[in-house]
Ligand binder design. Structure first.
Ligand code: FAD
Length: 293
């Protein structure tokens, strides 16, 4: 299939991009890596009259650590760059753990953080990861910018907090104290496919005892969901197999999975049970569960 006809613009600054969005309001669409938008255009699911390419704005491709220790990522940073960056691997290992599951290598070299967040596929890893890591998004509109926390950025299937004429300009990931360990599990038909269900967990240990616990379940409901309450009984204890199993059951009974062509709601509920238990086991570490750590 071929896309409908469109014109192409390549602004050199965010201001210029916002001007174009205003000038072509209703027909302009931002293009980042094109890895979701171009297939949608080829299938005629999207037919923008004007493509505004953010690839000519160097500031949007920056990846840095600021004086507060936050990882600041421009929306045009590709999935592959996160995998290759030693600062990310050292300070935000959860990102390194999850990135290999985002699509395939060729797509990871073109696909971007911002494109994934703005596309807001409920089965995408980035929106869930941003929730797990308490990331915040900077949104720019004509003459203003505003901050939105990750839980409020995805609002539904392919829907975000972005309004007409706005763009995502950056994502900030806070630093993490020593002691955090991260776990991940997703189930898909083939490696690189979108997940049928997935879970991401974070446990902060101190002297072998869990002091904080986070959980995000994704690809199950209309958007990822932070479900820390399912882990509350783990806090204050060393990890034990029955506690992790109870947390998985608690999460699986709390979700309201959707049914689609790929999986029924009942099947997804079973997958949540398996994914949460495995993600927690992954975060709890390689030592035998139940042993003092
Ligand atoms: P684009 O396709 O260019 O844009 C996506 C959308 O975001 C468009 O609506 C665009 O207008 C909007 N947009 C982009 N940037 C901005 C911005 N800064 N501000 C406002 N709006 C913006 N993803 C996963 O997470 N997991 C997977 O397992 C996975 N598997 C895939 C398998 C295949 C075969 C393919 C083709 C894709 C897969 N993807 C998967 C999607 C992939 O990760 C894309 O990279 C991702 O969706 C973002 O695409 P992009 O950066 O190319 O954005």
């Amino acid at each position: 299939m071929k896309p409908g006809s469109f014109s192409y613009r390549r602004p050199r600054s965010v201001t210029e991009a916002l001007d174009l969005l205003r000038e072509f309001s209703g027909e302009a669409k931002i293009i980042a890596g094109g890895q979701s938008l171009v297939p949608a255009m080829n299938l005629r699911l999207a037919a923008p009259g004007v493509l505004v390419d953010l690839g000519g704005i160097p500031a949007l491709s920056e990846l840095s650590v600021d004086e507060r220790g936050r990882l600041l990522a421009g929306p045009m940073v590709t999935h592959a760059r996160f995998l290759d960056d030693p600062r990310v691997q050292a300070g935000w290992p959860a990102i390194g753990k999850v990135m290999p599951y985002v699509a395939h290598e060729a797509i990871r070299t073109r696909g971007t953080l911002g494109g994934s967040l703005c596309h807001a596929d409920p089965a995408a890893e980035w929106p869930a990861l941003c929730m797990l890591l308490d990331a915040s998004m900077t949104i720019c509109g004509p003459g203003y910018s505003r901050e939105v926390g990750a839980p409020d950025f995805s609002v539904g299937v392919y829907e975000t907090a972005l309004k007409e004429g706005e763009l995502l300009a950056g994502v900030a990931f806070p630093p993490f104290a020593p002691g955090w360990r991260w776990g991940f599990c997703e189930i898909s038909r083939r490696h690189g496919d979108f997940a049928l269900a997935g879970a991401m967990a974070g446990l902060r240990f101190d002297a072998g005892v869990i002091r904080e616990a986070r959980l995000v379940v994704f690809a199950v409901e209309d958007r990822p969901r932070r479900m820390d309450a399912a882990l509350s009984h783990l806090v204050g204890h060393a990890p034990a197999a029955d506690g992790l199993a109870m947390a998985a059951l608690s999460a699986a009974t709390a979700v309201s999975p959707r049914s689609d062509l790929h999986a029924s709601a009942d099947f997804r509920q079973d997958l949540v049970l398996a994914c949460v238990e495995r993600a927690l086991g992954d975060a709890a570490g390689p030592e035998p569960i139940g042993a003092a750590r």
